[in-house]
Structure formats: structure tokens, C-alpha cells
Design a protein around this ligand. Sequence first.
Ligand SMILES: [Zn+2]
Length: 331
Amino acid sequence: MIDLHLHLDGSLSKEDFIYLAKKNNVSLGNEFPNNIVVNKDCKSLEEYLKRFDLPCSLLQDYESLKYATKSLVLRLFNLNYIYAEIRFAPQLHTLKGMNEIEVTKAVLDGLKEGLESTPGFDAKIILCCMRQSSSELNKKTIDAAIYLNDEKIAAIDLAGPEAFLPTREYKDLFDVAIKSNLNVIIHAGEACGNESIMEAIDIGASRIGHGVHLSFDSESLKKVKNKIYFEFCPTSNLQTKSLKDYEFVPIRQFLENEIFVTVNSDNMTVSDTNVIKEFKHLYRAFKLSKEEVFKLLSNSINGSFMRESEKEIKRKALLTKIDGFYDTILL
Ligand SMILES: [Zn+2]
């Protein structure tokens, strides 16, 4: 399996929570573990995003960030993943005095240490800017990526509440990233519609986080076809009320229009999911064929920020694993 849209703070395991809470002397609350996932009554993206307060409070020092990242890498390997891009917002982990460079370094160290014992699995990281933050703070995220200049840093992303803070406001910020040859992803078309997606593409995003509200008018299609990769995260979309049910995920429309669409988890813990579960949900709703699953996973490889030589290795791995992956989905 492959996950291109996976948030670190939304994917701590229950065991990670217990370990990190003890280490950092933080209370998990009386409702734990019910307070680390959203329930069916979640009303909006804003409510969903509140689930990140507790994990963020646990990830404020070098050791904790490194531990959590390594733990996630090992879990993905054990789930038979072949590749993942793990994202986080460095600026949310500076409450105890680390700067964004130090935060990113901690995650990179955890990633690299984890990858030492995961043959056949590789991963990179993505640094998120936040919509609700000042451009000064977001600029520090981009500066951290430029300063560290590490091949494991795959891209810059824009996350956070989309409905109140329009995508076009972030053009100047992402100009800096693009001028520095950084790849750009933007969460768009999740809480908002097609306009937000088009703005994200105009700003320079090559991948769209979610993007389920794409219009299929000829102008929009022209802009996205053979260019833009979409990172679908179905369960998360249902929980944030972006979509009503799995049958409304426009996966077939995207496939039939030959738009590069991928399947991802968003937050393994908050959404109680992983890419295998996401494919199972989509299979139940659409009876996806093996060819369609292969196409979706091929899109993930092609849309990843691996080097071409690395992609070629993953294409070969996918060919040998697709039967097993498909069998797992059907289970
Ligand atoms: Zn996301």
C-alpha cells in the first residue's frame, strides 16, 4: 500500500499516546481513548481539527517527535506499505522552545532511524503551513525546508480550516517555495468547492489534498488532466461532512475522466483508518476491479515525490504485490 496524505499528529497509536503522556507528564483525560478519534456525530472540519490538540501537546520536544515518527514508520511497514509521505506542521510543535528547523530535524531523525529496519518500505516528509497562521510564521516553515535541504523533505503543504481562509490569500507565501524549487501541495476542495482547487493550482500546487469537489466542466478538466494529482481521503471526508457517504466519493468519475486520483488515510487515529481500510470502503461502494486498484496505486507512485529511479523500484514492487493487495481489500 501507499499513503501520500498522512498526518503525523493524527496518526499516533494508542500505545504512543500512553507512552508519550507518561514521558511528558500530560493527562490523557478521563475519556481516553475515545477522545483521540472522532465519532459519527462530528459536525465539521473545524470540530475534526480539535482532535489534534492532545497529540500536539505530546509532541513538543525532540525525543517525542522522533519517537512518534519512528513508531509510525514501523507501523506502516508492518501493514505491508511500500511507500508513504508523512506530513506535519513544524510550527505546531514549538511550544517548548524548539524552532521549526529543530522540529523538522527531530521528525527526519525518527524517519531515518525507522527506515533502517523497514526493507522494501520508504518514506519522505511534507511540511505543512497553516491557514490560520501569520505569513511570517508560515514563511519559517518554508525557510526550514530550504535550510535543511534534505532529500527526505518532499514538499510544502497548506493545511487548516479552508472555509474561512481562502486559498488565494497564500499566493505570495507559495511563490517563495516555488522559487526555491520546493514541491507544493494544498488542501483544497475539501470544505470548499471547485474555486478553491483552481486557486490552489494557480498558486502552483501540483497535488491537491482532497479535491473531492472538483467540477467536471471543460475548463477545470483542462487544468487538472495529466497534470494534477488528487489525494482522496474518503473516511475523513465523511467525518468532516465534506461528503455524505462512500458512494458519493467521486472516485469513478475521476478514473473515468483520466484524472490522477489517489487513495489515502489522512489521519490513521483520528479517522480510525489506514489505506487498506479506505480501499475496503471504496470496494464495498464501487466494487473496484483489480485493474482500478492497480491504477490508483500506480497514480500514488507517479504522483509521489520520489526520484524517478525510486519510482521505478516501487512500480516493480507493486507489480509483484498487487494480487496480495487486492486479496487483502476483498477480505
Ligand atoms: Zn490532511
